[in-house]
Design a protein. Sequence first.
Length: 364
Amino acid sequence: MHRREDVTGEGVDNPQVLHIVGARPQFIKLSPVTEAFKRFHIPYKVIHTGQHYDYTMSDMHFDALKLDAPDYHLGIGSMSHARQTARMLEAIEEVLLAEKPGLVLVYGDTNSTLAGALSAVKLGIRVGHVEAGVRSFDRRMPEEINRVVTDHVSTYHFCPTINAVNLLDREGILGIFTGDVMYDALMRFSRTGLSHPHPQPFVLTTVHRAENTDCRERFMGIWRGIELVSQTVPVIFPAHPRTKNLYPDIIRPLGDRLQIIEPVSYLTMLAMIRDASCIITDSGGVQKEAYLLKTPCVTVRDTTEWPETLAAGANMLVQPDPQKIQHAVKEMSSKSVSESDNPFGDGDASSHIAAFIRENVIRL
């Protein structure tokens, strides 16, 4: 028997919404949502768990996105999944007990997402999940576990695509199609004159997922593939701090052919994705951004949570094999990303979320 959430129900006494974020992609998603909340006059506060704490992964993005400083910064930092999630649960609970919000909004698929949802639901506080219904069907990924658990404890499910709505339906959960808030952010900031200092052509690469970085064999396959690609076209690698720390003896520049740079701001990254001849990545967000900016993408993973990009011919899955990566980049670089129907909504997902919350959840 299918379960269906009550998507209207009774309003809550406290109209304040508490947003819980902790990682770079969530800061990007938070920006258009809080702007929409201001337009709809919905009171809110923000918790930053500290999951991403390095300047290049946190404060730089708050500055670039013109986000207000968070009301709470928990400073949890990096540690094992269990310890990090446990510390977040404890710290978030203290804030929730003090604030007593009417709704908690969590974003995406990180440990901050999971901890925020669990802390709230165990206190009887309603939870809204932004980017609900996304599935890779790879339970080896910590992100997949976080997505599934969060969806099954949330009250409201704000879905970025119709496919996400349909996947939730199979699990007996009613999804609300809003579109993707990352598309909102991209639409807003791509109009601001994006630039970067790198001459074209170049291939842009990012590698940070645990499935690739925690397995030396997989990482070395990707690294050697990047080296092969750099023999014919320059490669630029904004290296995630965690990846650099895991492989300090490996991640070295090869002159102008392979440049290792610090992580860049969201706006600079958008400009680089737009101008790259191809992307090599394991990031879900970069896959979407490449699709939306019409740049071919090669994803070094077994599965993707964004099959829409594969269906459009804009993205290719490849194993961490050097020759396969080199061949995939060559093949994709010769393609033009088509003007197919955009599955990620109308660029106003944030307003759809805010309107739903204003009309169905809070009392003002």
